[in-house]
Write a protein that binds this ligand. Sequence first.
Ligand code: HEC
Ligand code: HEC
Ligand code: HEC
Ligand code: HEC
Ligand code: HEC
Length: 185
Amino acid sequence: MNRSKRTITLLAASAALTAFLCTALALPAQQAPAVSQLVPDNPLHLAPPAQPIAFSHKKHLAFSLQCKACHTNPDPGILMTFPATAKCMSCHASIAKNKPAIQKLAEFSKSQKPIPWVRVYAVLPGIIWTHRAHLQAGAQCEMCHGPVAQMDAMSEATSVKSMASCIDCHQKKGAKTVCSTCHKS
Ligand code: HEC
Ligand code: HEC
Ligand code: HEC
Ligand code: HEC
Ligand code: HEC
């Protein structure tokens, strides 16, 4: 590629990026407040599971996308959801569309099947759990899931699923600690 052609390509790329930043990310460029992790690290240091598409939180959160852009907490509020593939495609219909991972993403989008993400955190059956009560009490994602914005591949980095972590925070925050708070029987 000759020099001027390359300059034009670079200009086009930066114009596209600017347009993308202004439209796709129509959010005030605010500095996210530093939230600290309140539960201990997972002592098992589990490797991240292999995912159908290598999604990086670090890469995506670097452009001030907020968690709620992709994870919502619909009624009854127990679960957080995963983003619809259309959400990904709102950017990737044009961004990095020649990359193999994005071509795979486009195939999922075309087939209209949800991307089969491998679950990272899951409490044992029989445990009473809800995101809603925690979010309403002011708990922030990073308190339980750690520094997600620094994670390339998501792993079970914290010990939030363990009874000791649940109870320790409940004690500190004055939440209930009787067995029946978290155990069905
Ligand atoms: C651009 C979309 C996007 C944004 C923004 C995003 N996530 Fe995610 N998140 C995903 C996708 C896709 C997955 C599934 C793949 C994976 O586990 O990496 C996921 C998985 C997770 C998981 C693992 C869930 C499980 O148990 O399987 C956690 C926890 C999580 N995200 C927390 C966060 C937090 C906290 C934020 C904000 C700091 C955030 N995410 C922002 C798309 C996003
Ligand atoms: C707000 C726009 C936006 C959204 C929404 C978004 N991405 Fe991205 N994504 C980007 C940008 C920008 C890059 C960096 C492109 C580059 O490095 O060339 C990227 C990079 C990637 C890459 C790495 C591509 C490669 O091989 O270099 C993957 C994989 C990816 N995104 C998957 C996803 C998935 C899955 C979702 C939905 C859960 C998603 N993205 C949602 C903007 C977005
Ligand atoms: C009080 C601790 C705590 C807080 C705060 C918290 N989570 Fe979770 N999260 C968990 C636990 C425990 C699980 C496993 C729950 C299960 O088995 O369904 C989980 C699971 C998830 C999942 C997988 C889907 C699901 O609901 O099971 C996603 C995605 C997720 N969290 C994202 C977030 C995001 C985004 C925030 C902030 C808006 C957040 N979490 C706040 C503890 C927490
Ligand atoms: C970061 C601190 C923190 C962690 C970790 C945490 N909780 Fe909580 N939990 C709270 C707070 C605060 C409340 C709300 C108390 C209130 O509204 O009175 C709460 C409320 C609850 C409730 C609703 C109680 C009710 O009946 O009103 C349940 C169920 C619960 N937690 C289960 C769990 C389980 C299970 C875990 C571990 C997997 C866990 N929590 C981890 C802080 C935490
Ligand atoms: C704040 C939530 C919470 C409270 C309160 C709580 N537990 Fe648990 N408990 C859990 C969680 C979460 C697990 C699953 C831990 C894991 O996945 O390793 C668990 C696991 C257990 C187990 C291990 C058996 C199993 O299911 O794998 C026993 C036994 C147990 N709890 C007994 C109790 C008793 C007795 C009390 C009351 C004194 C109590 N728990 C109070 C959250 C709680």
